[in-house]
Design a protein around this ligand. Sequence first.
Ligand SMILES: *Cc1c(COP(=O)(O)O)cnc(C)c1O
Length: 464
Amino acid sequence: MANIAYWNLKKMKTTKKYILHESDMPKFWYNIVADMPNKPMPMLNSQTKQPLQPDDMEAIFAHELVRQEFSAERYIPIPEEVFDLYKIYRPTPLVRASGLEKALDTPAKIYFKNESVSPVGSHKLNSALPQVYFNKIQGIKHLTTETGAGQWGTALSIAGQHFGLDVKVYMVRISYEQKPYRKMVMRTYGAEVIPSPSLTTEAGRKILAETPDTPGSLGTAISEAVETALHSPDTRYALGSTLNHVGLHQTIVGLEAEKQMEIAGDYPDIVIGCFGGGSNFSGIAFPFLRHKFTEGKDVRAIAAEPASCPKLTHGIFQYDYGDAIGFTPMIPMYTLGHDFTPASIHAGGLRYHGAGALVSQLRRDGFVEAVDVDQIETFKAGVLFARNEGIIPAPESAHAIAVAIREALKAKEEGTEKVILFNLSGHGLIDIASYEQYFCNELQNYQPSANEINESVSKLDKLL
Ligand SMILES: *Cc1c(COP(=O)(O)O)cnc(C)c1O
């Protein structure tokens, strides 16, 4: 028996996955601000239009999160309490997509970081845990938040449970209706879930009065959650993407991947993440961009966004609000305009009008590339990946897979052995109904017209 096992091992050509020990997990998050050639422009106070001060944010966010938001320190320590809970699912595997490579018959080597192994099925828990922790040590009792596809709300719900805070989630109405399972998961984790827009806030009532049939948007749900936090005692708001501190927490993804790629003996030519507000993309890409800035490494970082919500490829760089109503500070971002309502595609987590300030600055400076992918190509890529790697990807993550496939096919054409790394930000088991729609040819491609985008962004100049 022993001999047969030995023989099988010898026959194995490539290692399938690279696993770190818990003790190899990074003890710090990486803050790219320290190494950016051009620092991001300051956020502005939405009332005074003056550079935002940390104090301005503390009514909404926990103190330590605000400190991180403004920090230029290169490494920020991960608290032990957070580290211990990370161990439930971290370090996550780095996987060689050998099945996909074979299906594409490409000389490229494709690796993915598997964030779908987290108990909530996505990368979102990487920031939910520290966010709840930093609220808890400050004595905060309640958190409000928004959720699109339900991933962030789910992560915050279980993180709240771990640290003993209660969580109220405003869920974009279209997802609340299309994805009832996510709502059930949040309730199982002990959260209260409210479809947005709702009648429970002024922001929600205003939008319902104007557009009663609206599918809702992340921007609107953020407005409702922030309003509720501002008007309730011992309550703060938590945001699952866009802000610097969220991307910071996600860098554990790229920091682990960096070690794992080293073990694999490869270095990525291309790093790809799907793009909603930018957190999982920042998480996988920033630690590698660090090598570009500090060691002159030649690595491309590509953000994969949906054609229906193309802020990085078709938006403009402007100061804009992070939400639909204007509660958040004004952020220097690539945006489609804060009241842009994207078509109801199935990658709900990518239906957000703007990109975070750090990614926006990096894109402006040419360090980040962006491409858009339509819904049909996305699901086609998702199915190919599922059938060859065994994991059904979240529709969001399938955007990154689609771009990885494009690059692998390009490498085949050119006959080059490119090394491609993408982030599998989540699995799609709870989104499985959207795959069924794809098979029934019920999915459509949506692309906002240039006019539609112009109209939406033309309102922005009035903001300053
Ligand atoms: C939320 C989500 C995204 C998009 O958010 P980012 O902040 O851009 O990462 C992508 N993939 C999955 C699985 C998500 O849950």
